[in-house]
Design a protein around this ligand. Structure first.
Ligand code: PMP
Length: 388
């Protein structure tokens, strides 16, 4: 035994790392991820039994809340950083700083990956966002600029602020390194991240069989990238946008024009939507949405009440605690399934966890009761019940 152990513990040097490695047992294959980045992607595809039984369709959801940075945006942040490095726009530990305007998950994904890859991160966000978000970013070592919400899109709007700060950084010879604007709304690296990973994973996990893909859009990267991968392989596939009320994207898909869909939204905030749903729904045309829009066949509009009821339903029946955009996606998936009829397979995304949404969405959604008595009708009628 002593000799075997000694043999196993013989140190060898792995060519990809300067660290000495112990030789593993010949019968067992090692399964070790080389850092955080190798934990991104390859998330499970979950059959949601409760929703599947209630609709007669298979409702499958990609568990992006299990990503190490907490959301689907890990894929995008990694792809954008790698592409910029390959293009010579970023070099690790050179003082280069990544700037981004974001209200949420992209900031967290960039903050963790910038740490891991040797960059500083500077996140610009509207000052009306919850304080938890900016303090989380600061804990992760990112700089945060809280920008007053702008009634119109001008140079002070948070995305433009990030763009300008990156430019000022690069133009200032007194600051080390360069400024790089990640630009998730317009950057092709966003939809390509989903074309390269999310789309192929869904196709493989479904064994090439699915009838509909349903997703909301914030930048549009997810729906465009997945649609562009799947559609040529599955020409019959229906790609459906799940849009929170107040977003202009529903009208863009249905009628080809962008206009505010509720009075509540009005002109108060041109880019943000007056809903408690965070991360999806927008009132401007972005490159990442437009690049896949011709493949989006239909759109479903979803109210806050329906999303909250769905989020409670999912906890009650499945023990899965998701955020607001995931709940919107699920309502969209169910409505699509009911439209297609029994026997179809509908895939959607669980973008992030409910823990990111405790102070806004879940505060309003309330606690889940002790019984298992909710029905799908309670979810789909939530809006009319709310209005009385
Ligand atoms: N859910 C959450 C929580 C998000 O932050 C985002 C991105 N803003 C999305 C969904 C939508 O993803 P996409 O930007 O790819 O449209």
């Amino acid at each position: 035994i002593g000799a075997t152990l000694a043999a196993q513990m013989l140190l060898s040097t792995d060519s990809s790392s300067s660290l000495p490695r112990r030789r593993s047992s010949p019968e067992l294959k090692e399964d070790i991820r080389n850092g955080l980045e190798e934990c991104i992607g390859n998330t499970p595809l979950i059959l949601l039994k409760s929703l599947s039984e209630a609709t007669g369709c298979e409702i499958l959801a990609k568990a992006e809340f299990l990503e190490p940075g907490g959301s689907i945006k890990d894929r995008v942040a990694l792809h954008i950083l790698r592409t910029a490095e390959a293009a010579g726009q970023l070099a690790p530990h050179s003082g280069d700083k990544v700037y981004e305007g974001t209200v949420g998950s992209t900031g967290v994904s960039l903050a963790v990956l910038c740490r891991a890859r040797g960059y500083l991160a500077h996140i610009c966000m509207p000052s009306d966002q919850s304080i938890e978000k900016s303090s989380l970013l600061e804990k992760l070592g990112a700089e945060v600029s809280r920008v007053p919400p702008a009634p119109i899109v001008d140079q002070n709007q948070f995305v433009n602020r990030a763009r300008n700060l990156a430019r000022e950084h690069s133009n200032n010879p007194d600051i080390p390194g360069r400024g790089y604007f990640a630009d998730q709304f317009e950057n092709d690296g966003n939809w390509r991240a989903h074309y390269d990973s999310t789309g192929p994973e869904i196709f493989r996990q479904c064994g090439g069989r699915l009838d509909a893909f349903v997703a909301g859009a914030g930048t549009g990267g997810t729906i465009s990238g997945v649609a562009r991968y799947l559609k040529p392989r599955l020409p019959q596939l229906k790609v459906v946008l799940a849009d929170p009320h107040g977003s202009g994207l529903y009208n863009r898909v249905k009628f080809g024009v962008m206009f505010a869909s509720t009075e509540r939204e009005g002109t108060r905030r041109r880019h943000q939507v007056d809903t408690i749903v965070e991360g999806i729904g927008i009132n401007r045309v972005t490159h990442n949405f437009e690049i896949g829009r011709p493949l989006v066949e239909d759109a479903v509009r979803i109210t806050d009440e329906e999303a909250m009821a769905m989020a409670r339903f999912l906890v009650e029946k499945e023990g899965i605690f998701v955020g607001s955009s995931s709940a919107v996606n699920l309502v969209g998936a169910v409505r699509t399934a009911l439209k297609l009829g029994p026997g179809h397979r509908v895939v959607t995304i669980l973008c992030d966890s409910g823990t990111r949404h405790l102070s806004k969405f879940w505060k309003q959604a309330g606690n889940v009761g002790g019984a298992w008595d909710m029905t799908l009708d309670d979810v789909l009628d939530a809006d009319s019940r709310h209005k009385g």
